[in-house]
Design a binder for this molecule. Structure first.
Ligand SMILES: Nc1ncnc2c1ncn2[C@@H]1O[C@H](COP(=O)(O)OP(=O)(O)OP(=O)(O)O)[C@@H](O)[C@H]1O
Length: 263
């Protein structure tokens, strides 16, 4: 079966095979296999320093692979040019730069790859306004990004990624610095993306309000995949920061899988 974009329905949107990468002289990804299929919402979990951000940065080409392969939408990374199909929210950055820009201007920049010659047409402007509304920042459209709180920045960066109406959304700790009420706002925004068929890969420390949306969890430890399957149940004490989670799906005779999401 083919999707509207001509891609085979069962073909992974992201396929990393045997991926290795180093930062400086340090091997950070040590043979990662990760396939994300169309419409899936996959959480990338693991302790600090396990390689989650590096894996996502490798997928968007910011960290070169030293071995293994990567394909996006069925195209080998070296030949992939269709970046407008991908929205990326990097980890802990700010939307504010040296130049004063309004929230709407920053979010509009996420639409440029969908335009011809950088001109925003009616549909582009509607997509920008829609993205602002999705993260509940429409009331701040004309505010300078320099005047925003950390959580508001994060919502603007997510709106910037959503403005391009990406088929694949990559988000590195989207809930970092966002209070619980706004985490719910972002969870709703994501739910709407998933409802229109977007594929999502998120780096998370805790599943939190996103838990009902997550189809699968991939847990990294020391640059290797140690679990690929149902998300760990984060209920009660298990949801508490620092809890070293023993996965309920581990075979009886197997070493209990400690996802150690935050440890
Ligand atoms: N520029 C760098 N040079 C050398 N090592 C680095 C560099 N950046 C990160 N590292 C190391 O690479 C490892 C993986 O980092 P990465 O940011 O991918 O982990 P992470 O799982 O996303 O962690 P966190 O949950 O803290 O964000 C860490 O041990 C980190 O110290």
């Amino acid at each position: 079966m083919q999707t509207l974009s001509g891609q085979a329905a069962d073909q992974p949107v992201i396929s990393l095979r045997g991926a290795t990468a180093s930062l400086g002289s340090r091997p950070v990804l040590r043979g990662i296999d990760l396939a994300v299929r169309p419409g899936e919402v996959v959480a990338l979990l693991g302790a600090n320093g396990s390689g989650k951000s590096t894996a996502v940065r490798a997928i968007v080409g910011q960290v070169p692979l030293t071995d293994g392969s990567l394909s996006l939408f069925g195209t080998d990374f070296k030949r992939f040019r269709d970046w407008s199909r991908i929205g990326y929210v990097p980890q802990r950055t700010t939307a504010a730069g040296g130049v004063p820009a309004t929230v709407r201007e920053v979010v509009s920049s996420g639409r440029l790859s969908r335009t011809r010659f950088g001109l925003l047409r009616k549909a582009d402007k509607a997509a920008v306004e829609g993205a602002l509304a999705l993260v509940d920042m429409d009331g701040y459209a004309d505010v300078s990004v320099n005047a925003l709180s950390g959580g508001q920045h994060q919502r603007v960066l997510i709106a910037r990624a959503l403005a391009g109406e990406p088929e694949l959304l990559l988000m590195d700790e989207p809930m970092a610095g966002v209070d619980l009420a706004n985490q719910e706002v972002l969870a709703n925004a994501l739910r709407e993306q998933v409802a229109v068929g977007s594929t999502v890969l998120l780096v998370l420390h805790e599943l939190g309000p996103l838990e009902p949306l997550i189809d699968r969890a991939v847990v990294l430890r020391d640059g290797c995949v140690v679990h690929d399957g149902p998300p760990p149940e984060a209920v009660g004490q298990h949801a508490l920061p620092g809890h070293d989670h023993v996965h309920p799906h581990a075979a009886h005779d197997a070493e209990p899988l400690r996802t150690g999401l935050l440890s």
